[in-house]
Design a protein around this ligand. Structure first.
Ligand code: SDX
Length: 393
């Protein structure tokens, strides 16, 4: 596989382009939804800086922006919030199905639940514009209820009921914490900000997976289920849970450097660091650092994990010139909020499903099936031999 950016290859008189493995630094298509700036200064959501939206916008405002391309006015926001809240429930038959799931990684519950939503949709292949937007809002609203019930039904036997009188982020956090205690305002705003920052991020692996499925004109439920599968991986959305496990294993901030040196010596990856596009700085970490600092004013665990992050960032920059990424910070924030660590990646999905559904709609609107060309380098010229002759000893 080539390492140069791209090289022309001619096969039987036809021209092809060979690109680096993993499509590294390859622009595959255009989008007006979000753009990731390698310098980290101009990462954009529909024309706005991601850090600006992440800091100030509610979940509903940001979701409206990602889906429709502009920030909502008062009436539009009220109507969108009403629709989102009214869809935040799941049918009894889905609850019954979730009562049968085993204790396993909760990302399976999300994919399973979304596909069940598709099974109960009388016309999942209806691609009319209004239906696509209604379906997007339905999946965005119901995904957190699916994850929370998969988790609490399998582990504690109790159903988590949504509270549609709450705003989305607050109710999601309440359900994720077991449906009882209502967290404080700062905790809810910090959590909401993390959801907004996670909402979209160019053609990352899960969004690209979603677009490949959309490009075959398969349905939105299948595209979201596929994207959940891609996000689950430890090199992508699964990194936040592993970053927390790493910080718990290190224990104290002053032990961070020795831990990093040890891992790097063994050529192991440090979770929550590195990025395919950001080589200097992930701008999302700035907003999350502000929230962690606010919580650190009265929460000693937040103080300790901020110190841990500082030590890890210092070590990774000095030793490898590799910056931290969003997952290191969400790991610390979700730990401070008391969220079970296995639910960190589902939270990422609960946010990123806004981007996935927006990209699905963009892809099917300006579609061309995504089907790259392989370069076959295996043997040729073999002829079939009947088995009685083939495997003579
Ligand atoms: C997300 O794409 C997105 O936008 C993703 C995301 C989003 O919002 O959707 O931002 C969310 O997924 C963030 C990334 C979360 N993943 C992790 O934190 C897992 C650890 N990170 C690495 O696995 C890695 O940095 C990737 C997968 C994120 C990026 O991989 P690349 O671009 O393919 O880079 P690479 O693996 O080829 O690494 C280049 C070099 C290698 O060294 P050499 O072999 O050339 O000597 O950098 C090293 C790597 O070993 N390296 C690391 C490292 N990341 C890269 N070394 C130690 N620890 C790391 N974390």
């Amino acid at each position: 596989m080539s390492t140069t950016l791209c090289e022309k290859v001619v096969r039987e008189g036809r021209e092809f382009v060979r690109v680096p493995k993993g499509l590294a630094n390859v622009i595959i298509d255009q989008t007006t939804i979000s753009g990731v700036d390698p310098e980290g200064k101009e990462t954009i959501y529909r024309g706005y800086l991601i850090s600006d939206i992440g800091k100030h916008a509610s979940f509903e405002e940001a979701a409206y922006l990602i889906l429709y391309g502009e920030l909502p006015c008062d009436e539009e926001l009220k109507e969108f919030s009403r629709k989102l809240n009214s869809e935040r429930w799941i049918p009894t038959k889905l609850i019954d199905a979730l009562k049968t799931v085993p204790i396993t990684h909760p990302m399976y519950y999300g994919a399973f639940g979304v596909l069940l939503l598709g099974m109960y949709d009388p016309n999942p292949d209806d691609m009319s514009r209004d239906t696509l937007y209604d379906r997007a809002i339905k999946i965005i609203a119901k995904l957190p209820v699916i994850f929370a019930n998969g988790w609490y039904l399998s582990r504690h036997g109790h159903e988590i009921k949504p509270d549609q009188s709450l705003r989305h982020a607050g109710d999601v956090l309440r359900m994720i914490l077991g449906g009882g205690i209502m967290p404080g305002d700062i905790e809810i705003r910090a959590f909401e900000s993390s959801l907004v920052l996670y909402m979209d991020h160019g053609f990352n692996a899960s969004t690209f997976t979603n677009r490949v499925i959309a490009s075959t004109l398969s349905d939105m439920y299948s595209a979201v289920a596929g994207a959940i599968g891609a996000l689950k991986g430890p090199l992508h959305g699964g990194a936040n849970q592993r970053a927390l496990e790493m910080m718990l294993e290190i224990g104290e901030p002053e032990k961070a450097r020795a831990y990093v040196e040890e891992k790097l010596k063994k050529k192991e990856k440090i979770m929550g660091f590195g990025h395919r596009v950001y080589k200097v700085h992930d701008p999302r970490t700035d907003v999350l650092r502000e929230w962690l600092s606010k919580l650190a004013e009265y929460n000693p665990e937040a103080r300790k994990f901020l110190a841990m992050i500082d030590e890890l960032e210092k070590a990774m920059w000095e030793l490898k010139k590799i910056p931290s990424n969003v997952d290191l910070y969400t790991a610390a924030l979700y730990h401070v909020l008391g969220i079970p660590k296995d639910l960190y990646t589902p939270i990422f999905a609960i946010a990123r499903v806004v981007g996935w559904t927006a990209h699905y709609i963009e892809q099917v609107t300006h579609n061309k099936i995504i089907r790259p060309k392989e370069e076959y380098v295996g043997p040729t010229g073999f002829k079939y031999i009947p088995i009685e002759e083939r495997c003579k000893r």
